[in-house]
Design a protein around this ligand. Structure first.
Ligand code: DGY
Length: 339
């Protein structure tokens, strides 16, 4: 049997290539930093059985049309909003992602942003480096918001949202509330120490709002002008989910009008955010370049999981991280078997 042919849109971190390389023929876009052009992507998938992509690659019907033999599309990411799942399912293409690989890294980073934005960490660093620390100790200097007795509101109580709630236990918060379309069993809420709330109540009551939801048609611009009108002016907003969940124009307006205390943003409506974007001019906004999952452990796990799931699909098994389970009815897994 001929080896399956796989196109990989980036030189992803090890060990994926070791495992895949033994059983498959790999064609890897030779860059660690940049994706292939659209034309190149369309050309390269033409004769491939599988595609390994990143969240920077828009995988729609055009790509699937250009790769008539594609059996599996694997994304080196937890989020899969860049892939047209419906179209993939219709065509019998299995889509897999890397759930659970970034839970700790993103939850840690969410807390890094919560603390940094609340306590003005980056502003303080800039202050010292700019030579502004010239007087004696000053009790009024760079005073921020503490967390004791405060309310944390988590939007999206999936794996990452739960891990954010777990980490909240050490900060003496008064309450941790969450909003999600799916409610976990009571025992899970109790174990995490979280209470369900409507989105409106969460926005009104939270001192810290953490967005940990995926991007879906329902979450797109969930934090818009109306939502921001409900937020306390003393609240800190952190987004490590996906940029388009927040309407950035509305956020800029709220920041200008002093209706939000601070924000910590790892994701943006447009990535990379243009260097002249108004958002970068706010002293109380911390920005990072979509790196919440960027710890060595997560990167390795993501790589391993991509390889395992592609190999599972090409071995005729249902992959563990299947994003479009309905596809099994369109094309049974045995029909994908090549190894
Ligand atoms: C993901 O995995 O979806 C993150 O946004 C990048 O690791």
């Amino acid at each position: 049997m001929a080896k399956p042919r796989i196109y990989v849109t980036r030189m992803i971190p090890p060990p994926a290539f070791e495992e895949l390389g033994r059983l498959c023929e790999l064609e890897i876009h030779q860059s660690k930093e940049t994706p292939p052009s659209r034309e190149e992507l369309l050309r390269r998938v033409a004769d491939k059985d599988a595609l390994i992509c990143l969240l920077t690659d828009r995988i729609d019907g055009e790509v699937m049309e250009a790769g008539p033999n594609l059996k599996v599309i694997a994304t080196y990411s937890v989020g899969f909003d860049h892939i047209d799942l419906e179209e993939a399912t219709r065509r019998g293409i299995y889509v897999v992602n890397t759930p659970g690989t970034a839970t700790d890294s993103v939850a840690d980073f969410t807390w890094a942003l919560i603390l940094a934005a609340s306590r003005r960490l980056v502003e303080a660093d800039r202050f010292v480096r700019a030579g502004k620390w010239s007087g004696p100790w000053n009790p009024y200097l760079l005073v921020g918001k503490g967390l004791r007795g405060k309310v944390l509101g988590i939007i999206g109580l999936g794996r990452i949202g739960k891990a954010v709630a777990e980490r909240a236990k050490g900060f003496g918060l008064k309450r941790v509330i969450y909003y999600d379309v799916v409610r976990p069993p009571k025992e899970v809420e109790e174990r995490l120490g979280v209470e369900y709330s409507s989105l409106e109540e969460l926005l009104r009551e939270s001192d810290v709002i953490s967005i940990n939801a995926p991007l879906t048609p329902e979450t797109y611009h969930m934090i818009d002008e109306e939502a921001l009108k409900l937020v306390k002016p003393s609240a800190v907003l952190v987004n490590t989910g996906r940029g388009p969940i927040v309407d950035e124009e509305a956020l800029k307006k709220a920041l200008k009008e002093g209706r939000v205390y601070a924000a910590g943003l790892d994701v943006f409506e447009r990535e990379p955010i243009p260097p002249d974007d108004e958002l970068l001019g706010f002293e109380n906004v911390i920005v990072t370049p979509h790196i919440a999952s960027a710890d060595e452990y997560s990167r390795e796990l993501m790589s391993r999981m991509v390889a395992e799931n592609v190999l599972a699909a090409l071995s005729g098994r249902i992959p563990e991280a299947l994003c479009n389970p309905d596809v099994v009815r369109v094309r049974p897994p045995e029909e994908l078997k090549m190894i």
